[in-house]
Design a protein around this ligand. Structure first.
Ligand SMILES: Nc1ncnc2c1ncn2[C@@H]1O[C@H](COP(=O)(O)OP(=O)(O)OP(=O)(O)O)[C@@H](O)[C@H]1O
Ligand SMILES: [Mg+2]
Length: 253
């Protein structure tokens, strides 16, 4: 990607553990945390960082901790959201330091598939915004609850992501058909060209092909930058798509 934004300072350029996590805290046992400690912190060098890894390695915990440290609501939303339906988020933000670039972000959103419903409810409940206009107008005008999961997700990206922003997305593919996911890739490209930074956790081999994204794989043993074609997600999906009948036969036998 030929984009001068790449050579500028990003909104988030390093995450590191700055305080010892007490031994009784489950965070201490998470692979992502021990690996982060081992490498002395993670540098983010591209406008799009994509975390991949097996269920439970701690991707959501890491990006949620990062989002909270950056001032976002733990269950999702912009920095202006403060609703809380369930205190289920970790206290990782208390143990990490996020190194920020010199540029101040003008927009931002933290979106996690699992609590998107609560974000939609909160938007419906919000008072009118600037000029007395309903806040829902910033989200396309139609209640996100009156649209399907994927439609409401795309309405959010299309209407509410303005650029010059930091967007943290946890498994955005959960809502989207493959076509819509490719549409999302086009929106991400447009927003990156408009000085935005994305930090994404995904299981989608489609999403991880984003041009020039840094794909970071978290395993039990390490956290490292990889070529998306070498990730387990990509390899397994490819093997499956190359011969679905054979794969299913092997599985079920
Ligand atoms: N309150 C808690 N107490 C103990 N363990 C917890 C708690 N909350 C989460 N965990 C554990 O933390 C681990 C990491 O969870 P996390 O949601 O970050 O994984 P993930 O990499 O995002 O997985 P997935 O790909 O399934 O979304 C899980 O094994 C989970 O069981
Ligand atoms: Mg997760």
């Amino acid at each position: 990607m030929d984009n001068e934004w790449q050579n500028r300072d990003l909104y988030v350029n390093k995450i590191f553990l700055s305080k010892e996590i007490p031994s009784g805290n489950y965070l201490k046992r998470l692979p992502v945390i021990s690996n982060l400690k081992k490498i002395g912190g993670l540098e983010l060098t591209k406008p799009v960082t994509i975390f991949v890894g097996e269920n439970g390695v701690g991707k959501s915990t890491l990006i949620e901790g990062l989002a909270v440290a950056m001032g976002f609501n733990a269950e999702g939303g912009s920095v202006n959201f403060s609703f809380s339906t369930k205190e289920s988020h970790s206290n990782l933000h208390e143990y990490i330091t996020v190194s920020r670039g010199w540029r101040k972000q003008k927009d931002g959103f933290f979106l996690r598939a699992e609590s998107f419903y609560n974000v939609a409810s909160n938007i419906d409940d919000l008072d009118n915004g600037p000029g007395g206009l309903p806040i829902i107008l910033s989200y396309g005008g139609l209640s996100l609850h009156e649209q399907s999961h994927g439609e409401s997700f795309m309405a959010l990206v299309e209407n509410r992501f303005f650029g010059n922003g930091l967007y943290i997305l946890d498994e955005p593919e959960a809502a989207l058909s493959p076509m819509r996911l490719m549409e999302l890739i086009c929106y991400i490209k447009k927003l990156v060209d408009n000085n935005s930074q994305f930090i994404i956790s995904t299981h989608s081999p489609i999403l991880m092909t984003f041009p020039d994204a840094e794909v970071i794989e978290i395993t039990q043993e390490e956290i490292k930058s990889v070529d998306y074609k070498e990730t387990e997600h990509f390899l397994i999906t490819k093997r499956f798509m190359d011969s679905p009948e054979q794969m299913i036969k092997n599985l079920l036998d």
